[in-house]
Design a protein around this ligand. Structure first.
Ligand code: CA
Length: 227
């Protein structure tokens, strides 16, 4: 999993990074609230470990604005204080789980595993974004009531993007999860780009609202275009 760790205590941050990398995760560190906020807005992560007490923008504030922006990435809060009020505030603000420092690393790993199993992804069979609707069981995609003529690969690609709506999806994620070729993401980049371009033609060409968007240098995102 791609994990963002937002933690200002250097020693703990590096211990978390080393430990999680040892569990085969890709870890990015942020030392301040501002940096963490910038990274979650611009890069795809599957989990965020978020310290509550950060210099500048605090963890709760970051979490609230993530949820206000519709980002469903699971967030595990790390805090030095264990009071009922803190716990409730964190969970009310949209945290998925809560860990009190100091914690044992195996405990963190267990929580991370539980969150990765749960995932941020909606597994329901009917998906919707703006006027685009997908029936995953019947393999139907419609925009504004008109059915879209998609190839099986295009359907899978669109389903993946829609399930991650509001989040940036990288080519690496598409290679791994749609093409099922985790080791080959670089040679696949062109293939992915061609498929996305074709999909965009079918989904967006005739409509004013563009749903499939490119995030330069990062990947793609499906979201309702806000003016
Ligand atoms: Ca701190």
């Amino acid at each position: 999993m791609r994990i963002l760790v937002v933690e200002d205590e250097l020693k703990l941050a590096h211990a978390l990074k080393d430990g999680l990398q040892g569990e085969q995760h890709q870890v990015t560190l942020a030392r301040t609230g501002e940096e963490g906020f910038y990274l979650v807005e611009t890069q795809p992560f599957e989990l965020v470990l978020l310290d509550v007490m950060l210099p500048g923008r605090g963890g709760i504030e970051i979490l609230k604005s993530m949820r206000q922006h519709g980002m469903k990435t699971p967030v595990l809060m790390l805090t030095a204080r264990d009071t009922i009020e803190d716990r409730v505030l964190g969970l009310d603000s949209g945290a998925d789980d809560y860990l009190v420092k100091p914690f044992a690393f195996p405990e963190l790993v267990a929580r991370v595993r539980a969150l990765s199993r749960r995932g941020a992804v909606d597994t329901s069979s009917r998906l919707r974004v703006a006027d685009l609707e997908m029936d995953v069981v019947g393999r139907l995609a419609m925009r504004n009531g008109h059915s879209l003529d998609l190839t099986p690969r295009e359907f899978d690609l669109l389903e993946y993007l829609v399930r991650h709506q509001g989040h940036v999806v990288s080519r690496e994620m598409l290679a791994r999860d749609v093409w099922k070729e985790p080791g080959r993401h670089t040679p696949l980049d062109n293939v992915i780009d061609v498929h996305v371009a074709r999909l965009r033609g079918k989904v967006d060409e005739k409509f004013e609202k563009k749903l499939v968007q490119t995030v330069r240098g990062v990947g793609f995102i499906v979201r309702e275009d806000r003016p």
